[in-house]
Structure formats: C-alpha cells, structure tokens
Design a protein around this ligand. Sequence first.
Ligand code: 4AD
Ligand code: MG
Length: 441
Amino acid sequence: EAHKIQLAEKIQLDPTPRVQVIGRVMRQAKQKNMLFVRLRDGTGYMQCLLAGDLANTYHAQTLTLESSILIKGQLKAVPSDHDAPMDRELHADYFEIIGKAPGGEDAITNKVQMNGDAQTLLDMRHLALRNEAISSVLYVRQAVEHAFATKYWELDFVKVSPPALVQTQVEGGSTLFEFDYYNEKAYLTQSSQLYLETAIPSFGNVYCIEKSFRAEKSLTRRHLSEYTHIEGELDFITFDDLLTHLEDLMCGVLSIVLAHPRTASMIKKLNPDFTMPERPFKRMKYSDAIQWLNEHDIKNEDDQPHVFGDDIAEAAERKMTDIINKPIFLTHFPTEIKAFYMQKDPQDPRVTESVDCLMPGVGEIIGGSMRMDNYEELMEAYTRNGIPSEPYYWYTDLRRYGTSPHGGYGLGLERFLAWLCKQHTVRDTCLFPRYMGRCKP
Ligand code: 4AD
Ligand code: MG
C-alpha cells in the first residue's frame, strides 16, 4: 500500500517507499510515451511522470488542466535541469482521475485569461484563485493576520469581538451602509473603535480584527466596500506613545512574517525590492505637509495650491509618499477635516492629536488618534458635527465613569498587503473583493 503524502512533504528519497499523492493538474507536457504532470495541493507542487503504458491510457491521453487526480508511485531525485520542484519526481505506477475538468472551449485557460481584462478576471475569480501569484498574495494575507495576533499576544493586548450591526457612525454619514433592523434604522459598522474604547476599562489595551464596511461611492485602487480592519486601543497613553507603539507593531509583524520561510519567499517573489522600514518612521505635521506639497508644486483637488484646512487627496498623498519613499507618520490634522472624537492638541487647538501612516505605493494605511476624553468637549463635538448624542449614550458614559487619556488606530489589512506585496490595487488582496458595482462571486 502507498503512504499518503502532501506534495511539499520532505521525505527521504533513498530508499524510497511507495507514496500516494492527490492534487490538481496545473501543468502538463506530453512526450512520446511520457506524460509529465505538475500537481498542486496547496502545500506545494510536485512533478509526476506517467511513462510507458500509463502514458498511453485513455485517461492520460485526455487529461485536462485542473482535473483532480490521485497518483501512486516512487519518488526519485532528478537533476536540477529537470526543473522539477525540490528536484524530485514521482514515477507513477498507478493513477486515477477524481474529478475531470472540462477541456476545449470550457478549458480553464479559456475561462481565465490572466492577461485579459480585469472585470472578466474578477467574474472568474473563483477559478483565477488557483493562479500561483494570486493565491500567494492570499497566503501572505493569512500569515500577516496571524502575525498581528502573535504580536498583540506578545504585547499583552486582549482581543475582543465588537458587533458588525450598529446604530452609531464613526467616520461620517456619507459612507454608511444603512439597513432595516427589525423596523429600526441600523448600519454596518465603519470601525470598531468606539466599542474598543468601551473595553479598555476592563482589559487595558485591546484589539480586534473585524470587517468594516464603507459605502464608498468611488472607484479607486484603495477603496473597498468591505475590508478587514485591524484596530487597537491603548489606555493611559500619550500621543507619542501611540506613534511608538505603531512602529513597534508594524516592524514586529514584518519580522514575524519574514521569519517564516514560505511567506518570506512569496514576498520576495511578489515584491523583490521590499526592505524593512527603518525606525523611527519619518514624522511630519499636516501643516508641514501642506508646505511640502506646495514646494513640490502638487496641487489640491481644485488644481490650486494647498492651503491649511484642505484635505490631502489620494493623488497628492500618493505623490508625496512616492517621492519620500518611506513610511511617514503624518500628524496633527485640522479639527474640521477629522472625526468628531479626536482629541485636540493642547498646544494648538486648531489641530488634533491624529496620525495617518502613509506607505509608498499606497498612501494611508493607518488612521489613528488620541480620543477626546472630556465629557463637555465631547458633547460640544457631537453638536459641532451635527451628530445626535442620544444613540451615543454608552460612548459618552465612558467620559463619566473614570475617563482616561487613551488613543488607538485602525489599519486596513488590504492596504497593508498592497504595500507589502506590491499590488496595484487592494482588490487583489481579497479572496473576493467588494466595491461599488461588485458583489459577486
Ligand atoms: O482612517 P479610518 O477611517 O479610521 C477609522 O476608521 C478609525 N475609527 C480607526 C480607529 O482609530 N480605530 O480608517 C482606518 C484605516 C485606513 O487608514 C485604511 O487603511 C482603512 O482603514 N480603510 C479602508 N480600506 C479599504 N477600503 C476602504 N474603503 C477603507 N476605508 C478605510
Ligand atoms: Mg483615514
């Protein structure tokens, strides 16, 4: 009987036992009396050789790409010029087709053309996922998620799971997905921040990795309707502590990810020029960024020079990050262009203790701030922003029952990955991206 192994298993080749593998055909090459089949099973790849009578069977002759197949035989070492994964080949003495994939017009290569148009490729994403480059981004994704959990564990952060169905907004009414909740108005959450704030009095520093939802009515390289939001909230800190924590978190996560050989080799392939960011990250105040943009003749959305109070739009932000070409902490944004809950800078009340972390190629990947911790100031902030305070009674209460200087941030996992894996758009970092106009497959 053959011993069942996974394709990536590093078993002794000499003396070689009879083994059995299962996988899908990702490549095949026919020669006289020989059929080379490259299999994939998620753990790795293996070259298999069907020779002689086996190669001439009906099923071998009609084998199609992406068919699932079981093969038994002996593993042999082969010279490296055979281009076989791990320089080994399975010399088959038996095979059976488990699920035959269509050939001809319906062959996967006709359905999914990797250099075809992006929309068709997205319609066919359920099949395109089998592509090596596409799936390697998703492999790195789960490694990154795991690394965040590991780093948070190391830092003694407690993980909580806030709700996705809520009745409060966090980041402005214009991107809320609203729905009917048993005859009451409710929303899909934009951020778990307010709920993380409720948890710090019990647990100290907390984090969550949850979906956030934004009804973004624009099509850009970095906006999704549903994205994975990694959020942290820290109690009894200063703004400077928040920035230091963010550097530590980012570098810690990258170290964990790069210490894992399979993930590191995928990142190397996807983004050959990737280098570990240097600490401390560059820090730049919003007002200095405005000046920097004007010095570099980068205009605002109305094609005018930037003035204090302007939003730094995606295009301008990207130009700036690409020129500076390293991580930037952009800090101290004006109160009017930031969310209601942000703490004002005690030195300059026109601005907030806020930070965006910008990365080359993507721009903003993190948004964070210190939180307004004074009851009266928060009540004024609701009024100023036209937000009815009643639904926020639980958030406001936090300022009444033992308030504290605290702050936190949200990191968009897809944007982090677009940066790390050098992807043109965040759409390529999701299993099935959701954005305006796309909710399938
Ligand atoms: O800057 P944002 O809106 O900040 C918040 O939601 C805070 N309440 C987070 C917090 O302090 N706990 O979003 C945070 C990050 C952005 O920097 C970006 O990486 C990502 O979330 N993000 C999106 N990613 C993909 N598609 C979208 N539509 C996104 N909107 C925000
Ligand atoms: Mg933001």
